[in-house]
Structures are given as structure tokens and as C-alpha cells.
Ligand binder design. Structure first.
Ligand code: A3P
Length: 304
């Protein structure tokens, strides 16, 4: 495979999944070296499932006590830093840059993220009591979001974007970043029913529909449920306001600047809507994804 960057031709098949070749060393190093702590909280997604949003929410939740003093002049880190800076990906920011990064500087509980499929997680993650929050998204919106993201990256690298119908063919064959998409989702869905205390399974669409309920669910799962006082005082709504698309996408830090991978901070905020796929795909194209998913998810109890 070429080492071109973000587009499909640069994927490597490893342990049944397609990994971008440019970060493959990070995947291997992370699998080999990462030592999970029982107190770790790891956010897992397929790319473009709403990771940025959930990173912000989890960061806000876990740092509630630190930044809740109304008399403090301390500015909330989410106002000045991109969520991907605050909650690093194991296989990019940590293990691709350094083989064995020192996590000692992370406050406990450590909040980390990854796109790794369940079966490819470092053994220590599976063996420890750390908690995994998995967020997935309707595959049609996920596919379109991924298509836009890779288009931006390819234009930046002066490369050609694979046309949408061709990308769709590949997606339906399982050929996408960290795909097959269905196997990624199914791995965590299965674990969430076998080990509900370890894996919380969430859907982007449900979060959009009833964010308060899901933020409370999230808080309970990570071991910091809201007090009655916090609930009465509008803490949940405050977190959601701070982490909303409208707020995050208009912050200076997220309008400018880029991550070390070259991705611009603003490329993580496009539309943030449910059902945007209809603006880019025909009904037939949508049905194609539906029928692949129906076949692959058959018998799992999971539906989109
Ligand atoms: P769209 O491309 O459909 O707009 P990820 O963070 O996993 O890379 O996913 C990016 C997707 O989440 C993009 O979807 C982006 O717009 C959306 N997103 C980013 N921040 C969001 C927020 N605060 N609330 C809802 N969606 C958000």
C-alpha cells in the first residue's frame, strides 16, 4: 500500500480491520506498550462518529469539580484548546509520536481515546477494569462525514479524492478507515451486553435526540453521577451548552490551528446533524448501505 495519507488506497489490513498506513506504527506500539490503569476511561469510536463532541463532554464531566467555582477566574480548557488536544488518541498522539510515552503527567482518572476495534485493543485494556465508552453513528451519516473529511485532507495534500460512488463501493465492502464499519460496531455492541460495567454503548442520534438523559447516563457510568443539587442547578445543561456544536465550532481555537497530523481543527466541525446523507446520496445509494448493514447486523439486536 502507498503511504499517501488519508485516502482509501493507503489502508493496511491487520487483524481483520483496515488501518491507515500512516499511523500503523502507532497501532503496533500502542498494542505492545500501553498499560491500562483500572481507573482509565477510554472513549472509542469509528472515525467521524462524533468523537470530538464526546471528548468535550467527557472532559467537562471529569473536570467538573475543578472548573465549577463561579468565583474562579480560571478559564475552562475547552474554551482555549481543541478537544483532541485535551483527550489524546492512543495510537496517534501518544504512540505514533513516541513508542512508549510517559503517562505519569496525566491526572487520574486518565481520559484517553482510540479508534481501535475491540479485538485489537491492547491486552491490558481488556484485562484491566478500565471503562470504555463506545459511540457509534448511523452508517450513512458516518460515511458522508468521512467522505467530506478525507476530501478535505486530500485537497490539502493536493491529491485526488476518490469519487463518492467509488468510496461507497469500498465502504460497502468494508474498506474504510478502521472498517469494516459493521465489525467495529458489532465488537463493542457484543461486549457492552456481556460486560455492561466495562463497556457503555451509545449512539450519536440518541445523544442528539435526548442529550440530557445520555449525559446523565454517561456520568453514572464513569463514576461521577450528578448530585441533586447539580441537577437542579442546571449543570447538565451547562455542560451541553459548552460542548454544543454551535459553541465549540465558533471558538477561536477551533476555527484556526491544526492538529499535528495536519488535520485542521475546523475540519472536525462540519454540520453536526442527523440525516445529512440525503444531501449527498441518492435513495438507492442509501438503500445499498442499509441492505449491507441489515445483512451484517442480522441477529445482533442492533439497528440503525
Ligand atoms: P458531520 O461531518 O456530519 O457534520 P468525529 O469527531 O468523530 O471526527 O466526528 C465528526 C462529526 O461530528 C462531524 O459530523 C461533526 O460536524 C460532528 N460534530 C463535531 N462536534 C460536534 C458537536 N459538538 N455536536 C454534534 N456533532 C458534532
Amino acid at each position: 500500500p502507498s503511504d499517501k495519507g488519508w485516502d482509501n488506497p493507503s489502508l493496511i489490513l491487520y487483524q481483520g480491520f483496515w488501518f491507515p498506513s500512516w499511523l500503523f506504527n502507532g497501532v503496533l506500539a500502542c498494542q505492545k506498550h500501553f498499560q491500562a490503569h483500572n481507573s482509565d476511561i477510554i472513549l472509542v469510536t469509528s472515525p467521524k462518529s462524533g468523537t470530538t463532541w464526546l471528548k468535550a463532554i467527557l472532559f467537562a464531566l471529569l473536570n467538573l469539580a475543578k472548573y465549577s467555582d463561579p468565583n474562579s477566574e480560571q478559564c475552562h480548557p475547552l474554551q482555549t484548546r481543541n478537544p483532541h488536544d485535551l483527550v489524546p488518541y492512543l495510537e496517534f498522539q501518544l504512540y505514533l509520536q513516541q513508542e512508549d510515552p510517559d503517562h505519569a503527567t496525566f491526572a487520574s482518572p486518565r481520559l484517553l481515546a482510540t479508534h481501535l476495534p475491540y479485538s485489537s485493543l491492547p491486552q491490558s485494556v481488556r484485562d484491566s477494569k478500565c471503562k470504555l465508552v463506545y459511540l457509534c453513528r448511523n452508517p450513512k451519516d458516518n460515511f458522508i462525514s468521512l467522505w467530506h473529511f478525507t476530501k478535505k485532507m486530500m485537497l490539502k495534500e493536493n491529491g485526488d479524492q476518490t469519487p463518492l460512488p467509488e468510496c461507497l463501493d469500498k465502504f460497502c465492502q468494508g474498506l474504510s478507515m478502521y472498517g469494516p464499519y459493521w465489525d467495529h460496531v458489532l465488537g463493542y455492541h457484543k461486549m457492552s451486553s456481556e460486560m455492561p460495567e466495562k463497556v457503555l454503548f451509545m449512539k450519536y442520534e440518541e445523544m442528539k435526540e435526548d442529550p440530557c438523559v445520555h449525559v446523565r447516563r454517561l456520568a453514572t457510568f464513569v463514576g461521577c453521577p450528578f448530585s441533586e443539587e447539580e441537577l437542579r442547578g442546571g449543570t447538565v445543561e451547562g455542560i451541553l451548552r459548552m460542548c454544543s456544536f454551535d459553541n465549540l465550532s465558533t471558538l477561536e481555537v477551533n476555527k484556526s490551528g491544526s492538529l499535528w497530523t495536519g488535520a485542521e481543527n475546523k475540519s472536525f466541525f462540519r454540520r453536526g446533524e442527523v440525516g445529512d446523507w440525503v444531501n449527498y446520496m441518492s435513495a438507492e445509494m442509501g438503500e445499498r448501505i442499509d441492505s449491507v448493514m441489515e445483512e451484517k447486523l442480522h441477529g445482533s439486536g442492533l439497528k440503525f
